[in-house]
Unconditional design. Structure first.
Length: 340
């Protein structure tokens, strides 16, 4: 009981820090996205039209360049054009970091996406070190308006939440299309691909699982599984979302229909349920544990419930090792073929 209260208090403390130091940084006005006349497909509630056209594979320079100051010669940075062009040039290139495992073991690449305020790559670097002995590559993708895709004058994640409905729908679409493009590009190179998403990145991974073919698995750690429920329930970080959306968003009579393409529970994934694992924190103050449980039941996915809150579950390297062992378990034996 006391432990749960402490966990929730830490979540609230961090949420307030993020609210005032990131999402309200410089008190910038909200970003304005396209309306229903400019981009009707964003407001129709149709999954395939919302994410159309399907991304075309691009050539990936996995050799890339060694990132400065990492002290890890196995890490390489590469980038490719986003499937969506925005008014912010920094956001139009998708930055990735690749940790290569021995290529003679398995042709498996784990693609990971971090949470809504990403400041570095240490979590995924540790994950890559854990998975390297199993022969599994790791590629970390920066989500739109996050980490190295943050426009000048903003802070990571600020433009993810700080916009009206059209902007937030467009950002969601871009994040999924970028991740989907990375998946198909790696698959074209002969790699098998699985997804691991943390918090916001978990949500992007689940949505990508509705669209991408031949995924090996999805592991989502504390994803916001039902954003409408989250928006209506409120909370510290939701204040930033509501500030961008404006109070008029609650007057949209077909909001539930408009939001369908970004609600995983409205659809079924393209991979089998036994290849999807959802992690939830019993004391989570950022996302709804109930929504994750509901999604688990609807999809038939495996649910792992932790006696933790959001921050420890998504930041602690202890839970990274749990996820790493889980991922290695999906491929318990190395395939006979040699990766190219």
């Amino acid at each position: 009981m006391i432990y749960g209260i402490v966990c929730e208090a830490i979540d609230e403390l961090v949420a307030n820090l993020l609210l005032y130091q990131f999402f309200r940084y410089r008190r910038r006005g909200r970003a304005v996205g396209p309306d229903a006349n400019e981009c009707p497909h964003l407001y129709e509630g149709n999954l395939s039209r919302f994410f159309a056209p399907a991304p075309v594979a691009v050539e990936l320079d996995l050799a890339g360049t060694t990132p400065p100051g990492t002290g890890c010669p196995a890490a390489r940075d590469f980038r490719f054009p986003s499937a969506v062009m925005t008014a912010w040039p920094e956001n139009n290139q998708v930055w990735c970091r690749h940790w290569a495992a021995p290529r003679s073991i398995r042709p498996l690449t784990l693609v990971g996406v971090h949470g809504i305020v990403q400041l570095g790559s240490s979590w995924f670097s540790s994950l890559a070190n854990r998975l390297a002995p199993a022969g599994i590559d790791v590629v970390m993708m920066d989500a739109p308006f996050n980490h190295r895709r943050t426009p000048a004058g903003y802070r990571p994640g600020q433009l993810i939440l700080g916009g009206d409905l059209g902007h937030q729908l467009a950002v969601s679409r871009q994040g999924v299309l970028d991740l989907w493009r990375l998946v198909v590009s790696l698959q074209q190179m002969g790699r098998r691909v699985g997804l691991l998403g943390v918090s916001y990145g978990g949500w992007l991974s689940l949505l990508t699982g509705l669209l991408a073919d031949d995924l090996e698995f999805i592991v989502a750690i504390a994803p916001p599984a039902d954003l409408l429920h989250q928006l209506r329930r409120g909370g510290t970080l939701i204040r930033a979302v509501r500030a961008g959306l404006g109070q008029d968003v609650f007057k949209i009579h077909d909001l539930d229909q408009v939001a369908r393409p970004i609600l995983p529970a409205e659809w079924q994934p393209r991979l089998s349920a036994d290849r999807v694992v959802l992690h939830a924190g019993r004391y989570d103050r950022f996302v709804s544990k109930t929504a994750i449980e509901n999604l688990s039941r609807l999809w038939g996915a495996r649910l792992v419930l932790h006696n933790e809150a959001h921050c420890r579950l998504t930041m602690s390297h202890r839970f990274m090792t749990v996820a790493a062992d889980e991922i290695a378990g999906f491929w318990p034996h190395a395939p006979d073929q040699v990766s190219t």
